[in-house]
Design a protein. Structure first.
Length: 187
């Protein structure tokens, strides 16, 4: 059994589409947070930081929010969709299965991560096959770097499932999502 129940903290979920696929991204905030407005604003700023790394059809469809200790998600403010710069017509099928994973850890040792789809980093993998599958802040200071600063410094603070504030690492991981790869194999 997990150390903490999945609903130990408040959660904000964004439902979005990009390159013809639907995705969901979940952020955890402190259990004391009862109003999702600040989280939605932070999400909007974060996506704006990364807009040059996103496809132009990135669309925020809906959002919902659950208070701590509940599994009832109610409608929440939806962030404005970022003005991505890459043409979705240029996205290869492999790009649609690629996620950019942000990872961090709380002072109490809890792990935190979330994944963003619809980024243009597939070209990094294709052009440098010996890369380390990470985008460090120095490689993309205006996008990933600014996004990580936003995660660490803009209120409300994001928390791990232990309800302690997360410090986000200075990189994001690139990974092909197994579910999306399986779906592409089936055609």
């Amino acid at each position: 059994m997990a150390d903490f129940a999945p609903n130990y903290t408040a959660r904000y979920r964004l439902h979005y589409t990009v390159t013809g696929k639907s995705h969901t991204m979940t952020w955890r905030v402190a259990s004391s947070v009862t109003d999702p407005t600040g989280v939605a604003s932070k999400m909007e700023l974060f996506l704006a930081d990364l807009q040059e790394d996103l496809y132009s059809d990135f669309t925020c469809v809906s959002a919902d929010f659950a208070l701590a200790d509940t599994d009832i998600f109610l409608p929440a403010p939806v962030p404005a969709s970022p003005a991505g710069t890459a043409s979705p017509g240029d996205a290869k099928e492999t790009d649609k299965a690629l996620s950019l994973g942000f990872v961090g850890r709380s002072a109490a040792g809890g792990k935190a991560r979330f994944f963003l789809y619809g980024t243009i980093f597939g070209n990094i993998i294709r052009s440098a096959p010996a890369n380390d599958w990470k985008v460090v802040t120095a490689e993309d200071p205006a996008g990933v770097g600014a996004g990580i600063v936003r995660l660490n410094e803009t209120a409300p603070a994001l928390v791990a499932n232990d309800d302690h504030i997360v410090t986000w690492y200075e990189y994001a991981n690139l990974k092909y999502n197994d579910r999306w790869v399986r779906r592409q194999r089936r055609g």
